[in-house]
Design a protein around this ligand. Sequence first.
Ligand code: GAL
Length: 685
Amino acid sequence: MMRILRLLVLLLLIASSFAVATPQSSNTTQQPGLFLGTAWYPEQWPESRWDTDLQLMQQAGIRFVRVAEFAWSTMEPQEGQYNFDWLEKAIALAQKHGIYVVLGTPTAAPPAWLTFKYPDTLRTEENGQRAKHGNRQHFDFTSERYRQFCHQIAGEMAKRFGHNPNVIGWQIDNEYATYSYDPETQRQFQEWLKKKYGTLDSLNQHWTTAYWSQTYDKWEEIPIPVGYNNPGLMLEWKRFVSDTYRSYQKNQIDAIRQYADPRQWITHNFMGWFDGFDHYVVSADLDMASWDNYVGTGQLDPAGNGMIHDLTRGFKRKNYWVMETQPGNVNWSGINNVLDKGEVREMAWEDIGHGADAVGYWQWRSALGGQEQYHGTLVGPDGKPMPLYPEVAEVGKEFAKVGDLLRGTSPVAQVAILHSYDSRWAIDWQKHTKEYDQFANFKSYYKPLHELADTIDVVNPKAPLDEYKLIVAPNLNLLPEEEAKHLLAFVQAGGHLVLGPRSGMKDQFNALLPERQPGPLASALGAHVAQYYALDQPVPLTGDFGSGEAKIWAELLQPDAADTKVLEKYGKSNGWLDDQAAIVTHNYGKGTITYVGAWLPDDAMTALAKWMIETSGVKSEFTNVPAGVEVCRRTGQGKDVFIVINHTKQPQQIALPYAMREQLRSTPPLTEIELAGRDVAVLTK
Ligand code: GAL
């Protein structure tokens, strides 16, 4: 007995000394599994009000605030004079309420003293005019002087808060979006080109500059493209912009990392489908990606939104945060309607289902002045809860209840959809038909695939592909040799690769390949594209995936190998396409390669998705889920957690694949569940 007692005392001593020795790590382990949060601007309100705000947040289950990302003029009211005392107080007060802090660096909105004294830090618009003070994002992303100021303010913040136990992470800047067209940016672009191409001969050749006498004899002659321009020049400008935002961001990461504890992560809040730069490049130096998820006008589009979640998760190929989302309505869309009752909760759970570990509402309280007075908030200008507050508080309760269950889990997919900015840009610059909306094209593949396979990854073509059974590339217009080899290796090893229209047409310089589509994949496909057609009229289709009409785009596929199978054909239309192949498939190595030449109608797409899933051996647990019900799966820590969301307004009966417990309501094992309109279930074995 004494020996047991002594052992217990010893264990207690070890445990307590550990707690004293590592206060920060013990603090970190108390972090919630799922974070609910909000953007909070204490600098806009008297200090006497902060405690009330934080108390209201705490009551709603809010566990993080993002602060300071627009507070430069408060943190550095004059050049070199820093004032962080207010922020320190706000962080400490938040801690008292169990609320963690994400610090934003304020560089999206440089203060008036800075831009007035150093006008060269202001960006230049396309028309050559300098941006003026009074809005945000008026900085020049290549300006060395501006970068020094950014380094300084980020470093000063990190010096002060880099060891603060209540600060868990950093957001660099806010929603990168703008470029600059000033002479210094142009010079840097020319330098960048020189480094990449080495000689002007090489550049002239890759860009076919003999065309329209564009031939460059000096690097200084190369312009920044404005409007439609040489495709090679346009693509390299976007790549330069991507590298420039990466270095703009790295400058601040380095400043923070000089002082901050490694446990403090660094992110940036991206903007979903926005393609102003290559997000794979810009996320490379971040610890984690995050994005700002806004509906704008109308209601949630579950498939479109889910696809962007998966796109964002693919930037780092791991869980991410929804740093901002709309508390009911925005102020910047065509019609700023308030989301339906229950829809904000529905959205929050879709976020989590796709691998977000946090949902942050923008913003907490209406600023009395400033450009966003009409935006949705959780408390009104009077400081009292808005009608949405109880719904968010319900989400807060639910996150607290199942946060631990979801900790350490993430979506694990057998299917990947390939996404490349280079290809997206290339198509958008020369759509060939104004109807060619790439978001719609991408979604036409994503939606039926996600309905059949609960989890889909959206990744860059350079990502490792071994873990997948099925790879779908809806728009791989640029297909550099290396990427083609990577895809062929996947097929050779037994995978199924499905290419969509406009695939394999161009090289890495955005030049046409001197061969027919899909270029380096044509011989493995045993077929090629004889001609592509922008459609002014729909074209009939028949075959394995049913009859219907192709619209917008059709490619005439020409089988080259005896064993290439035609799965779908065109009917009578413009004469050229009559009875020609629209979809073909061919075995290659241990795998299969399929080419879809037409923009398919929904029914054919659903049948195609079913075939892709079945022939690729992709398995999922839920089958026969009612239309409008989404199943998401997060895996890890030896378990699967299913998040099932009824996106319809009607109740739905859902058959469960095996006896499951509903964790939000703590039910016993069930084999069927009824969900009310817009309701959610979190299910485990
Ligand atoms: C985001 C931005 C926020 C706020 C919000 C309004 O794009 O990051 O600062 O402006 O939009 O919807």
